[in-house]
Design a protein around this ligand. Sequence first.
Ligand SMILES: NC(=O)C1=CN([C@@H]2O[C@H](COP(=O)(O)OP(=O)(O)OC[C@H]3O[C@@H](n4cnc5c(N)ncnc54)[C@H](OP(=O)(O)O)[C@@H]3O)[C@@H](O)[C@H]2O)[C@@H](O)CC1
Ligand SMILES: Nc1ncnc2c1ncn2[C@@H]1O[C@H](COP(=O)(O)OP(=O)(O)O)[C@@H](O)[C@H]1O
Ligand SMILES: [K+]
Length: 492
Amino acid sequence: MTAGIELLTTTQMYQADRLAIEGGVPGIILMEAAGRGVAETIQDYWETGSCLVICGPGNNGGDGYVIARHLQEEGWRVILLSTCDPEKLSGDAAIMRSRWEGPTQSIAADPLKIDLVVDAVFGAGFSGTLAPDIVSLFATVKAAKIPVVAVDVPSGVNGNTGAIDPGSLNAAMTVTFYRAKPGHYLYPARASCGQLEVIDIGIKDEYLETISPDIFTNTPEIWKSNLHILQPSDHKYSRGHLVVVGGGIASTGAARIASRCSLRAGAGAVTVISPPSALTTYAVALEAVMVRACSTAEEFLEWVEGKRIGTILIGPGCGLSDRTVELVIAALNSPADVILDADALTVFKDNPDSLFELIRNKKHGNCIMTPHEAEFARLFSFDGSKMDRARQAADRSNAIILLKGADTVIASPHGQVVINHNAPANLATAGSGDALAGIIAGLVSAKMSVFYAAAAAAWMHGEAGTSVGPGLIAEDIEEVIPAILSDLHDLL
Ligand SMILES: NC(=O)C1=CN([C@@H]2O[C@H](COP(=O)(O)OP(=O)(O)OC[C@H]3O[C@@H](n4cnc5c(N)ncnc54)[C@H](OP(=O)(O)O)[C@@H]3O)[C@@H](O)[C@H]2O)[C@@H](O)CC1
Ligand SMILES: Nc1ncnc2c1ncn2[C@@H]1O[C@H](COP(=O)(O)OP(=O)(O)O)[C@@H](O)[C@H]1O
Ligand SMILES: [K+]
């Protein structure tokens, strides 16, 4: 099995296919390897039994004929069903059909007597809607509750976007080739893929240099070498002094959660900036985190510059006020790296371009914005997949965009994308986003480059969700960061 962190679009997958063919592996050999690989994977997981293979009109259907042949040779009772006139198949698929010696049915067999269904109707290049006869066939399979193995993707999934026709099948397993596709990791399609298996069909890894993928799954492999390793010469300020801009007396929890997470993630020193009226509340609640009152944006900027603050997190619990707007402007005018979250984004909903201009004009330091979908929609009005929207937003704003959710997407203004896939749904709890923002800030403060910091933080946040498990509240996240960091350092 190959895994590989690269995700390929349909166009890139066709390019891989072409490069392999030009490199001397004919398409028919690739198709044979693909079908045989799926059949072998099926046998790794299922007892020999009876199988319905549903074949479509293109090469995905061609794979289906190969799978049917191999399963039959291994003793399976195979029923093959074509969703189109098999005479209309062309190219490699037509050749594979000619090598299939069993019957080909054009109407549904009795699915109740079948142990497994192989969905080889459409591949990752599908877009649009499934025809009614296919939807109705799939409905029969669903009603019979037979496990489904999808070839490449469950038919009806768009491999580039993660969009899915509601009539598609829910696969127990999806077997794809060479590298996974973004649609395997983006919702809603991700929920329909089941266990994802990526198999080697003889396309060389070296072709990736030509293809130059820019979409990746979020694994430590991407960013672990960028984690800061503490040295004997380190002291608290060399590890980075970070500022979290806190809100007023009614909403101090968010900055408290974020600031504690940022210390855990690696900042050497953290100061919460508070309106004078809330200073005592912060001071009583925080121990290792310092607190400082700041009345005006001018005073804030002067202090940030004077103290050579390297990182500023602003937004969690800040409030939708002129103070927040002024402090965001001051932060972006400072040389520090800036993480904008929550209220720091929403305060610009009536004039997002002014925010983007501030970011574009930032002379030193970078900016990361961490919206959830509603915050994103207040600033941007792009169409398309979550990945495309995050990418366009990064391009428009010149910030790193971390668009939150079960499939958090991190996009850079240079078009690089990472899709996170380890976040359990128990993270959907108040304050969990504040913890994430704090972890990002802590990693940035500890000198991790900003794109990697955003990706690493999303991954650590997901691990924290899994580690705490059911009943997680946002305060729990900081508690498990040391163990997660310790495991990460073991990988180095
Ligand atoms: N690449 C590789 O390295 C390898 C790839 N392999 C396999 O090839 C598969 C990709 O093959 P593929 O390009 O033939 O696509 P696939 O989905 O089978 O069929 C396309 C057909 O569907 C049709 N169609 C499309 N949308 C539709 C709609 N909404 N509603 C109705 N029809 C629609 C479309 O018709 P068109 O619209 O183009 O006229 C066309 O006839 C891939 O998934 C993998 O399994 C392996 O063999 C090993 C090597
Ligand atoms: N269903 C889910 N599965 C996994 N992660 C989720 C889910 N829903 C939310 N999250 C994560 O939880 C965090 C919630 O952040 P946010 O909405 O800003 O909450 P808050 O503002 O209360 O802190 C984000 O990191 C998001 O990606
Ligand atoms: K399929």
